[in-house]
Design a protein around this ligand. Sequence first.
Ligand code: FNR
Length: 180
Amino acid sequence: MATSVLALVGSLRQESKNKELAELARDLAPEGVSVSLFEGLDELPFHNEDIDGDQVAEAVTRLRTAVADADAVLVVTPEYNGTIPAVLKNAIDWASRPFGNGSLTDKPVAVIGASLGRFGGKWSHDDTRKAVGIAGARVVEDVEVGLQSSTYDRAAEDEQVVDKVRGALTRLVDFSGVPA
Ligand code: FNR
């Protein structure tokens, strides 16, 4: 059985270095593993319990279905002001509900990313792991990839970046335990 990995990218920027890393993970995926990037995090309304009932926005259903259908989730995110970008936190909030039964429940999740700061977005990654863990995900705590984006040009052409992204993906797939 193939392992499907859903990538959630915490930057909406056209030329996002994090989107580039998610695309690299997709391109590096070995046989039997597929990585797809979720499109449209900016179409999610801000989470509000008043609009989180039997009927939810189409983008919310799309997110929840994509997360539920994936064997594992790879979050690829920068750091904004020392923490998680709002668009990503909003997606985590939607995927965390209904409480105790959200699409993130028991989902294997690894967090990687690139930021300008020299710690590569460590605070954002720590906070993302905390948030998805509280949401019920099984967090791959030993994947820690925080790249300083100014230290490389094109991700796919940098051997160290390729190795780190491949390593994170391999660990996430192993952790998820889907038989090959
Ligand atoms: C940033 N950036 C940033 N970088 C960092 O290392 N620590 C931080 O706290 C912040 N804070 C921050 C806030 C806001 C609002 C922006 C827009 C940016 C810089 C950030 O790491 C850089 O822009 C990344 O390149 C963004 O990722 P993408 O868009 O290239 O994927």
